[in-house]
Write a protein that binds this ligand. Structure first.
Ligand SMILES: [Zn+2]
Length: 426
């Protein structure tokens, strides 16, 4: 064994490569598909049982009454905490245990966790059971090295990230589990590539716009007022006025891919006219047309301004277009968030990447959101980043995989970063 304590931890992680693979496979084989939120309890208990053997105090938190929580699909979270030999900071690794539906297009069984060509395949391999397994091996190696570290290590496995985190980190943050004083530094092992430190994400506003018309017989459309044509006028205004403005707005956040450095708006869906229950359209003028928009928000923008911009455009149409009437409804919103890249957790993770991977890490922000928003906005804990082994583009795809070398390397990075944070050396 090397005399350098960091090198000792690395050697221990290398020696546990097979254990890391097996742990990832066991996690993938528990099909925690969300929605609906299957198998949270066995998955949380699997993690809890393992960590209890290493001296962690394990608590299961049932997010009762949150969306989707039923007797059949209880929202169960696990939080494991291990206090060290002396007082010191608390370093927390948070992973979501839910995965999205397998979907079509797989060439292998999505829940068999097959190992092939240096990769583990399966739904959740990349997002994010590979990262969860790497963080567990990292923390266990730190403990087993026998060095007397001050401070506290925590690992949580949380529910519902894929559907907004309300039965997971949102619930825990509201109840103080992520409050400064209890926790100081958080690493979320989301799949953002093994050499990148993700310091935040853009915000989101989802809304439904409905245009209103008047029904009439399809053979005499002049007797009615077509809601779909009114919606066309909305889309036309978006194209003409809003899209160029959004494209001209560019953020200082280091969002990847670079196209997402601009403010963006997706039209998620448009529904207009009568339903077609037997495959036959009805000869009616539609009196309603609905559109769902997904607006992604830069840190330089504010949500009120973002909403006002769309409302102004609709109000202009009320003035300019005869018969134009609309309703707008908020569905969902998230503020953008960004941690300090010179903060302790970003700095220590970057230093560990330099040592383990041998190159300068890239600091990035995510185009979409993840649970950091709840830790920052509700928990008021700013020193939080995402760092994990998976490849971002592979998440949610068929034949999802995680590279075993990336898991081993990211476990070393997490162990080294946690060690320097506990020692206050970051
Ligand atoms: Zn994820």
């Amino acid at each position: 064994m090397s005399a350098d304590p960091t090198q000792q931890v690395f050697q221990m992680i290398d020696a546990r490569r097979d254990e890391l693979i097996e742990l990832t496979r066991e996690l993938i084989r528990i099909p925690t598909v969300n929605p609906p939120g299957d198998a949270y309890q066995p998955c949380a208990e699997f993690i809890g049982r393992r960590l209890a053997k290493r001296g962690f105090a394990v608590e299961y938190v049932h997010a009762a009454g949150t969306p989707g929580d039923t007797t059949r699909h209880p929202r169960i979270n696990v939080v494991a905490r291990r206090e060290g030999d002396a007082p010191g900071p608390c370093v927390h690794f948070n992973s979501h245990i839910d995965v999205v539906q397998a979907g079509a297009g797989w060439t292998l069984d999505p829940f068999a966790a097959i190992v092939k060509d240096g990769m583990v395949y399966g739904r959740g391999a990349c997002d994010m059971k590979g990262g969860l397994a790497a963080s567990i091996i990292a923390v266990e190696a730190l403990i087993d090295c026998g060095a007397h570290l001050p401070g506290t290590l925590e690992i949580s496995g949380t529910a519902d990230e894929e559907t907004g985190g309300y039965g997971g980190v949102h619930y825990l943050a509201q109840r103080g589990w992520f409050s400064p004083g209890r926790v100081d530094h958080v690493i979320i092992p989301e799949p953002l590539n093994v050499d990148r430190v993700c310091i935040g994400h853009r915000g989101v506003w989802w809304a439904e716009i409905e245009t209103l018309g008047r029904m009439a017989h399809g053979s005499m459309p002049f007797l009615g007022d077509c809601a779909v044509r009114h919606m066309n006028a909305v889309i036309d205004r978006l194209e003409r006025d809003l899209y160029p403005r959004l494209a001209a707005r560019c953020t200082d956040m280091p969002v990847v891919p670079s196209g997402a450095r601009h403010a963006t708006l997706n039209i998620n869906s448009v529904h207009g006219g009568a339903a077609e229950p037997c495959g036959y359209p009805a000869p009616c003028v539609p009196d309603s047309c609905r559109m769902v928009i997904d607006r992604r928000v830069l840190i330089e923008e504010n949500l009120d301004g973002v909403k006002a911009e769309v409302r102004d455009l609709l109000e202009q149409l009320v003035r300019d277009r005869p018969g134009f009437a609309y309703r707008i409804r908020d569905i969902f919103e998230v503020q953008p968030t960004m941690a300090d890249r010179n903060g302790p957790v970003a700095r220590s993770t970057a230093a560990a990447i330099r040592r383990v991977i041998g190159r300068d890490p890239e600091f990035i922000c995510s185009p979409g959101t993840y649970d950091q928003k709840h830790i920052d906005r509700i928990g008021k804990l700013r020193d939080c980043i995402a760092y994990g082994p998976g490849i971002l583009d592979i998440a949610h795809q068929a034949d999802e995989f995680v590279r075993i070398d990336d898991m081993v390397n990211s476990a070393k990075v997490m162990a080294m970063a946690a060690r320097s944070l506990l020692l206050g050396a970051a």
